[in-house]
Ligand binder design. Structure first.
Ligand code: ATP
Ligand code: MG
Length: 383
C-alpha cells in the first residue's frame, strides 16, 4: 500500500469544507461513502474519519475491491474455514472480524461484482458474518463501513450493474472530495510540500518554483490529482537537485498545457479595467496607506498587514485602494510587481487578484501606465 498522508494538506475553501465534513462524520457511526476522481485523497479522508472517531484505538483496515477475483475477495473480507476450497489450508478470520470495533474501508466499490454486492448487502444490513465453508452460528461484529469509488454509482445503478438497495444502504453520509484543479492555490502548496518531503528523503536541498513555473502548475488541470502531483514532485526533486524550477524544467504535460496566453489573464483584465476613479491623494485613507506601507516596509506581508485587518473590519475598502494607489505608482501599473513590494510570495498572485476583485478594491492601471509613456504617445493614448 502506498504511503498515505496523515493530515489533509491544503488551504482552499474546498479543503476547509472537507475538514468539517470529516469532523461531522467522525462524530457518528454512520456509514460513509467517499466520492471523487482518482488520486484526490479519498483514502486519506477515510483514514482521517477513523482517526478522529471513537473507534481510533481499533483497527482501520482497507481492501481494494477491484482486480481481485470474487471468491478471494469474499474470503479476504469474511474469512474461510480450512478445507472449504482448494488452497484454504487453514482457517482465516477475514478482515471484517479483524476490524471489530474499528473501521473497514472498501475502496473501488464500483468494481464489485453483483454477487459480492449481495454478500456485502447482507453484512451491511445485519452486521453478521459467517466464514466461507463455516456452519457454526453466525457472529455479529461491530464494524463501521466506509466505501469509496471514482465511478458514478447513480449511473451504474441505472445501468443495472450496481444494486440500488446497497447504494442506499452505504450512502448514509456522502463526502465528495473535489478535484485538485478546483482547490484554488492548493496545487502549489502541495507541490512545495511534497518537493520538500522528497528532498529530505533524498538528502537534497528543496528546489523552488519560478513565478512562471508556479503559474503553469496552477493552470494545469491535474487529471491524476494529488497522486500525480506527488509523483511529479519527486521527479522534479531528483532532476533539479535543489536548483530553481523554471517552466522548461516542468514535465512536458504541464509545460505544454495551455501555454500562457499573451496579455493579461481574464482575472487580471477584470482587475485592471474596473471602472473606478483614482483615489484622491489627500484623503484620510491616504494616511492609513502610509502607515500600512511603513508596516510592510518593516517586514510584514500584505496578508498580515492588510488582508487580516480588512477581514476583521479594521480597514476599509478605501484604505486598501489607497495602499494600492501607492503601490501601483511605484510599480507603474504592474499588479504582479506589487507582490514583492508587499512582501508576498509569487504564488500568491491569483489569490491577491481574487481578493481585490471580490471586494471591488482594484484600480484600473491605465493612468499609472501612461504616466511613464513618452509625451506624444501619452497624448495619443489619452485621446
Ligand atoms: N489533501 C492531501 N494532503 C496530503 N496528501 C494527500 C492529500 N490528498 C491526497 N494525498 C496523497 O495523494 C495520494 C493519493 O491519495 P489517496 O490514495 O487517498 O487517493 P484516492 O482518492 O483514494 O485515489 P484512488 O481513486 O486512485 O483510489 C496518497 O499518497 C495521499 O497520501
Ligand atoms: Mg484509493
Amino acid at each position: 500500500m502506498p504511503e498515505t498522508e496523515k493530515t489533509l494538506l491544503g488551504e482552499s475553501s474546498a479543503i476547509e469544507t472537507l475538514r468539517s465534513e470529516i469532523a461531522s462524520a467522525a462524530a457518528t457511526h454512520a456509514k460513509v461513502m467517499v466520492l471523487g476522481e482518482t488520486g484526490v485523497g479519498k483514502e486519506v479522508v477515510s483514514r482521517l474519519i477513523h482517526a478522529a472517531s471513537d473507534r481510533r484505538r481499533a483497527p482501520f483496515l482497507a481492501v481494494n475491491c477491484s482486480g481481485i477475483p470474487e471468491t478471494l475477495l469474499e474470503s479476504e473480507l469474511f474469512g474461510h474455514v480450512r478445507g472449504s476450497f482448494t488452497g484454504a489450508y487453514k482457517d482465516k478470520p477475514g478482515l471484517v472480524r479483524l476490524a471489530h470495533r474499528g473501521t473497514l474501508f472498501l475502496d473501488e466499490l464500483g468494481e464489485m461484482s453483483l454477487r459480492m454486492q449481495a454478500v456485502l448487502l447482507r453484512f451491511a444490513e445485519s452486521g453478521e458474518v459467517q466464514p466461507i465453508g463455516g456452519d457454526g452460528p453466525v457472529e455479529r461484529v461491530d464494524v463501521r463501513l466506509i466505501t469509496a469509488t471514482n465511478r458514478d454509482l447513480a449511473t451504474l445503478v441505472q445501468e443495472g450493474t450496481f444494486r440500488q438497495d446497497l447504494y442506499y444502504r452505504l450512502n448514509v453520509i456522502r463526502i465528495d472530495v473535489p478535484p485538485l484543479r478546483e482547490r484554488e492555490r492548493d496545487a502549489i502548496l502541495l507541490l512545495t510540500h511534497f518537493m520538500r518531503q522528497a528532498s529530505q528523503s533524498h538528502g537534497f536541498q528543496s528546489p523552488t518554483l519560478t513565478p512562471a513555473a508556479a503559474e503553469a502548475v496552477v493552470r494545469y488541470p491535474w487529471p491524476g490529482n494529488v497522486r500525480e502531483l506527488k509523483n511529479i514532485a519527486e521527479r522534479i526533486v531528483v532532476r533539479q537537485r535543489g536548483a530553481s524550477v523554471t517552466v522548461e524544467d516542468l514535465p512536458s504535460e504541464i509545460r505544454g498545457f495551455g501555454a500562457a496566453a499573451p496579455g493579461p489573464t481574464p482575472l487580471l483584465r477584470a482587475v485592471e479595467t474596473a471602472d473606478k476613479p483614482a483615489v484622491p491623494r489627500s484623503s484620510p485613507a491616504n494616511e492609513v496607506a502610509s502607515r500600512l506601507m511603513a508596516r510592510i516596509q518593516s517586514g510584514e506581508d500584505f496578508w498580515t498587514a492588510v488582508y487580516q485587518p480588512f477581514k476583521s473590519h479594521d480597514l476599509t475598502r478605501a484604505d486598501v485602494m489607497a495602499l494600492l494607489d501607492v503601490g501601483l505608482r511605484q510599480t507603474r501599473g504592474s499588479y504582479r510587481g506589487l507582490l514583492p513590494l508587499f512582501n508576498m510570495d509569487p504564488a500568491d498572485y491569483k489569490r491577491f487578484l481574487a481578493f481585490l476583485y471580490q471586494h471591488d478594491c482594484n484600480l484600473p492601471v491605465f493612468q499609472y501606465r501612461i504616466a511613464q509613456l513618452p509625451t506624444p504617445a501619452r497624448a495619443e493614448a489619452a485621446s
